[in-house]
Design a protein around this ligand. Structure first.
Ligand code: DQA
Length: 350
């Protein structure tokens, strides 16, 4: 977006070039303005220039431009040091004003060291000659562009990702990339310590398969959701007992992913899971197998939980790896790092 900025100069600055060149430099005001215009074009900013020797006119100019420009680079001359009327005008117009001075007012006569305007300005830049104006311009542009960027912000991006997810699912809209992964994998939730104090081996491992959808709101941000079904788990303890238990879990992972490179994306998310624990078989070193299924084989326990994972989700897309960009199906590799779920599958879609 092209920004519009007003460059305003106060009393006696029309005489720049002839007026105290050892303090203010040899450049005329029109030469300074010409240089600013060149830099403004590079910054994609359009400038309007005004100079006035009268306090009232400066105030009028601030008022008149309050809705037509997004900011002001202002050298108020000697009004800097005592004009409460200009100070009020600056705070009234509610667009950012950067106060600039050619000379370093902090190092001059005591009456110049104080600015009554600085408290209501975005910034004060002084002592750099004509470059003070340039720096003021850059400061304003950065502030205004930063603000616009922040306003668009994270919230709207996430919302866009969500909408894209839903649209991709039901409408298959072209503008949104939409992929489906059919995956199978191996999950290793990690080591656990049991109440009796021994380390529960490498925890309950499981095989999982399922479907995941990836709806992309932009080339960088996507939301991923789907199901994973894990039909069986087993754990190996450090005493050598292998426990095979039929934990059946249904997981619904939801993930927001950010893609930095074509190959890898990283995200965070969580999942709802529901697991049924139907029983277990222990295989102990002596060869004895015990079955701990209750007589009727009914579900012993089950749980429904929502787990927020501090996980890193890496997606490696083989399309890019092997140059199969034109294929509809490609292999996708997803590692849920926190839970060490390593899933490999086929990706259908764009
Ligand atoms: C000035 C500094 C003021 O003190 C002085 O009255 C000016 C110019 C500057 O640009 O250095 O007129 O604003």
């Amino acid at each position: 977006m092209k920004l519009k900025i007003l460059v305003l100069n106060g009393p006696n600055l029309n005489l720049l070039g002839e007026r105290d060149p050892e303090v203010y430099g040899a450049l005329s005001l029109s030469e300074i303005n010409r240089r600013l215009k060149v830099s403004a074009d590079e910054l994609d900013v359009s400038l309007k220039f005004f100079q006035s020797n009268s306090e009232g006119e400066l105030i009028d100019l601030l008022h008149q431009h309050r809705k037509t420009v997004q900011g002001v680079v202002f050298n108020p001359g000697a009004y800097t040091h005592y004009s409460y009327a200009i100070r009020d005008a600056i705070s009234a117009i509610q667009i950012p004003v950067v106060e600039v001075h050619l000379s370093d007012i902090k190092k001059r006569e005591p009456f110049r060291r104080k600015s009554v305007l600085a408290p209501v300005c975005l910034d004060q830049i002084s002592g750099l000659g004509w470059v003070s104006y340039l720096e003021g311009l850059k400061r304003l542009a950065a502030e205004l562009r930063g603000k616009a960027g922040r306003r668009q912000g994270r919230k709207s991006k996430l919302l866009k990702a969500l909408i894209a997810g839903v649209m991709g699912l039901f409408l298959g809209r072209e503008s949104y990339a939409f992929n489906m992964d059919v995956i199978a994998g191996y999950g290793m939730p990690g080591a656990g310590v049991t109440g009796s104090g021994y380390i529960g081996g490498i925890g309950s491992q499981n095989l999982a398969y399922g479907i995941q959808f990836n709806a992309e709101a932009s080339s960088r941000l996507s939301i991923q959701f789907g199901t994973l079904y894990s039909p069986r788990g087993f754990s190996v303890t450090n005493s050598g007992v292998t426990s095979i238990y039929s934990t059946q879990a249904l997981m619904f992972p939801i993930m927001i992913r950010h893609k930095w490179f074509d190959l890898i994306s990283i995200g965070v998310g969580g999942y709802f899971s529901h697991s049924f624990i139907q029983g277990s078989w222990d295989v102990i070193p002596s060869g004895v197998t015990t079955m701990n299924l209750d007589d009727s084989g009914v579900i012993l326990s089950g749980d429904l939980r929502f787990k927020i994972l501090p996980l890193v989700n890496l997606v490696l897309d083989a399309r890019y790896l092997y140059g199969f960009q034109n294929l509809n199906a490609s292999s996708a590799f997803t590692a849920y790092v926190r839970d060490l779920q390593v899933l490999v599958g086929l990706r259908f879609g764009k």
